[in-house]
Write a protein that binds this ligand. Structure first.
Ligand code: PLP
Length: 389
């Protein structure tokens, strides 16, 4: 049998999984490994959500639900969005619950884009964007967001890449992998261009809660942007519920209607009992988030202070999400060789920046979803390992 369609031939299947496999093998051989390769918070999910799942299972919440999610969950999400971010969406018609932000983005692309259309996305970006575009038969065009520009998205760079086929801009702030946050001023310039060129925006805001200092701004809240923005969020990071697979998209009713149509043909609905658990997280999980984010800030501050003192590593302080993305070019190694060296000598696993698009080149991503003690140990070991070079 052929292994895939022609579109997927350029898909870098397995890049990250090779790193994970290598790290696991070293660990099996007894090496101390500090896993900083994956964006998976190390906290347990909220207890109230877990208890609610047990109850849901006992009361037979095991069947298909509405494609857009159970009503109590849609309501709880919309209330939380209003409470914490001032986003106002109607729980009947302007939200669809999905199996994570990843599914939401894939479904949106499949719904809104024709084959051959183009999406522009600031690079470096979450690695799945490019692969999802390939699956949907659309072209993802990378626009640089660079450390040398203090991670600001230059609107002229976007403009240069717009063609008659460009339909969409895919933004992610707070950002994975670079930890940058697009501020209101920057978003306003982007919004003007979006309106002028009649584009749609997917605003991936699944790190909205992980912001250290300034306030999170959703581009959807800027003037005349609500109707051209699909906001994607998730419980994965905010509630440490990565394996529950609950995300959602907020947007205008006419778009959500078609998104639901497409979604129906993929997973039909999200896991019923997980949805009942998530209701509790949204209704009663604010302090859970606040406590977790406080701890992530402590870890991120330590990581930044410590790594930025290492000769040769260039860093800009991450403002959001939970990743450090140092520039490693002065070491004269490829990103993959640098990661292998760190793994073998320091036992610390990072991800080559090239996994996150062309403009991730020269960088390495380190996720600080480990305990504070592990972060301290990792920093000491990285320092010692790089000191030997
Ligand atoms: N978007 C970004 C920017 C991410 O970093 C991730 C996961 O790491 C996702 C989407 C996918 O999240 P989910 O687990 O909700 O599918």
């Amino acid at each position: 049998m052929r292994s895939s369609n022609k579109r997927l031939e350029s898909m870098p299947f397995g890049g990250l999984y090779e790193i994970f496999a290598k790290a696991n093998k070293l660990e099996e051989q007894g090496k101390r490994i500090i896993h900083m390769e994956i964006g998976r918070p190390d906290f347990d999910s909220p207890i109230i959500a877990k208890e609610a799942v047990k109850k849901a299972l006992d009361s037979q919440q095991v069947h298909y639900t509405d494609v857009n999610g159970i009503e109590p969950l849609r309501k709880a999400i919309c209330e939380k969005e209003d409470r914490r971010f001032g986003l106002k969406y109607d729980y009947n018609s302007e939200i669809s619950v999905m199996a994570g932000a990843a599914e939401a983005i894939g479904v949106i692309m499949a719904t809104m884009m024709d084959f051959g259309d183009e999406i522009i996305s600031p690079s470096p970006f979450f690695s799945a964007y490019k692969e999802q575009a390939l699956i949907a038969g659309v072209k993802l065009v990378e626009v640089p967001v660079l450390m040398s520009d203090n991670w600001e998205l230059n609107v002229k760079e976007i403009e240069k890449r717009i063609t008659p086929k460009t339909k969409m801009l895919l933004l992610n702030s707070p950002n994975n992998p670079a930890g940058y946050v697009l501020n209101k001023e920057n978003l306003e310039k982007i919004a003007s261009l979006v309106k002028e060129r009649d584009l749609i925006v997917i605003s991936d805001e699944c790190y909205d809660e992980f912001i250290y200092g300034e306030k999170h701004v959703s581009i959807s809240t800027l003037e005349d942007m609500r109707d051209r923005t699909l906001v994607v969020k998730s419980t994965s990071k905010s509630y440490s519920m990565t394996g529950w697979r609950i995300g959602y998209v907020l947007g205008p009713a006419n778009a959500i209607k078609y998104i639901n149509k497409v979604h129906q043909n993929f997973s039909t609905c999200c896991t019923a009992f997980a949805q009942w658990g998530a209701v509790e997280a949204f209704n009663h999980g604010d302090s859970f988030i606040d406590d977790m984010v406080k701890e992530f800030k402590r870890r991120g501050d330590y990581l930044y202070e410590s790594l930025s003192k290492i000769d040769g590593l260039k860093m800009v302080k991450p403002k959001g999400a939970f990743y450090a993305f140092p520039d490693i070019t002065s070491f004269g190694m490829t990103e993959a060789d640098f990661c292998s060296y760190l793994m073998e000598i320091a036992g610390v696993v990072g991800v080559p920046g090239t996994a996150f698009g062309d403009y991730g080149k020269g960088h390495v991503r380190l996720a600080y979803c480990r305990s504070y003690e592990d972060i301290v140990e990792a920093c000491d070991k990285i320092k010692a390992a790089l000191g030997k070079l």
